[in-house]
Design a protein around this ligand. Sequence first.
Ligand code: GLP
Length: 241
Amino acid sequence: MEIIVVPDPESVGDVAAERIAELVRRKPDAVLGVATGSSPVPTYRSLEQRVRNGLDVSGVSAFALDEYVGLSEGHPQSYAEVVRREVTERLGLDPERVHVPKGHAVDVPTACEEYEEAIRAAGGVDLQILGIGSNGHIGFNEPSSSLAGRTRVKTLTPTTRRDNARFFDDDLSQVPTHCITQGIGTILDSGLALLVASGEGKAEAVAAMAEGPVGAFCPASALQLHRRSVVVVDEAAASLL
Ligand code: GLP
């Protein structure tokens, strides 16, 4: 695990965006795994600058990590919409090449299998962008998730629902109880895992991920088993390392 500590969230975004840009220059049809949440936003903004400066992303595909189950199609906080706003539109990706698990599907388990199949058919994820939850989750793989899991339905923990209530007018009753998430097994198959984190609130999770034992109590610790993982954190998130 390569750990890069930089002064602030903007620098986290710049370093992470440069790693992504390097890949796209080398492999114009790269497959990116994209995360939602606030952590990767500076990365997407910095990447947007590189696209404005001529980085060609017309051949890039993207697969989102996760999605809420039960939100209506087009709900502003569904990850399909967040990815459309923050990734597809910002970077000018071809919408046909951007995939998000179908949390509104009638048959969600089949939608999960089809999602895994679509990732395989695209040749796998070259670079997976990740944030980390304050409880150490990646995607929506909450503590106690199998370290070998694939894309499937999961129950959200009370901690994560509370953390994410800020996106739902601070009204816990509006936060979905279930989600679809790529599994840790899916994430470990990516060519490179690029995790970004900033702020004091992530310091404990970052320390457990990087220096704690590998185990399901901290799903992100599985990245210690990844053949190539890069962690870019600001000084506050690195404060307990
Ligand atoms: C959410 C997402 C994760 C994200 C995490 C942290 O629940 N499913 O993919 O990494 O929480 O979010 P944030 O970056 O806003 O702190």
